[in-house]
Ligand binder design. Structure first.
Ligand code: AP5
Length: 230
């Protein structure tokens, strides 16, 4: 198994690591682990949008109804957030992008941002997963309200029902993990995001990862790919 100890340097410094895959593929689970393992920030556009919604900002008010319907938020909203976040000092040695980019215009704009900020070409890790697993992964997901640890009532249940193993925090279900919202989210992936697989393949920066494997095995694959890319 890969060395999961925190505090190590990213083997490919000054790079964006893009986790690409459908809702429920395990991007958030693995982004947390990579960020900890390599001491770089995790940039999740979904989390950023949920923070805006919780704070009741104008941006959050625009995003909320779209996210509730499982639709993508307009590119310009997400791009502004990412550009601002990437310019912060803690991103200078690299970062893990989780849920971004999701459209061709987002990918093109990201390319410009990376060039402008002096980053090398991104490393794109494509999570390949059996689509039949995704509904159960999403409807069964529970997230710790305190530090965001991700559980699954079927695959990775907590020791005490409804409570985080690490800090006892309440485990909550995301409102968009209801089956009627999961289906449009999966549709949005098929119609607007899947095309990025070919986009990044053509640039020679994409590597497939078997995301049907157990979470520790997926982490080991990702760490191996990043180490070999050095
Ligand atoms: P976002 O928050 O990004 O959600 P998502 O992409 O739909 O992805 P998820 O967080 O649902 O899944 P994940 O792949 O992270 O899986 P996880 O690791 O949690 O986006 C939400 C919404 O925000 C979008 O619908 C859109 O409206 C908007 N948005 C966000 N970014 C945007 C953008 N760039 N542009 C426009 N709109 C945007 O795992 C899922 C479950 O599976 C968990 O229970 C976990 O325990 C389990 N699991 C994980 N790995 C494994 C494994 N290997 N084996 C078994 N179970 C596993």
């Amino acid at each position: 198994m890969a060395d999961l100890k925190p505090g190590n340097e990213l083997p490919i410094p000054n790079r964006a690591i893009i986790l690409l895959g459908p809702p429920g593929a395990g991007k958030g689970t693995q982004a947390r682990r990579l960020a900890e393992r390599f001491s770089v920030p995790q940039l999740s556009t979904g989390d950023m949008l949920r923070v805006e919604i919780a704070a009741g900002t104008e941006l959050g008010q625009k995003a909320k109804p779209l996210m509730e319907r499982g639709e993508l938020v307009p590119d310009e909203i997400v791009l502004g957030m990412v550009e601002h976040r990437v310019s912060m000092g803690d991103c200078s040695k690299g970062f893990v992008l989780d849920g971004f980019p999701r459209t061709i215009p987002q990918a093109e704009a990201l390319g410009e941002v990376l060039k402008r900020c002096g980053f090398g070409r991104p490393v794109v890790l494509h999570f390949v997963v059996d689509p039949n697993h995704l509904l159960q992964r999403l409807t069964g997901r529970r997230i710790c309200a305190v530090h965001g640890e991700i559980y699954n009532v079927y695959e990775r249940p907590p020791k005490a029902p409804g409570r985080c193993d690490n800090d006892g925090g309440e485990l909550i279900a995301r409102p968009d993990d209801r089956e009627e919202v999961v289906r449009p989210r999966l549709d949005a992936y098929r119609k607007r995001t899947k095309v990025l697989v070919e986009y990044y393949e053509q640039q020679g920066v994409l590597t497939d990862v078997d995301a049907d494997a157990a979470p520790d095995a997926v982490t080991a694959s990702l760490v191996g790919i990043l180490t070999r890319a050095a």
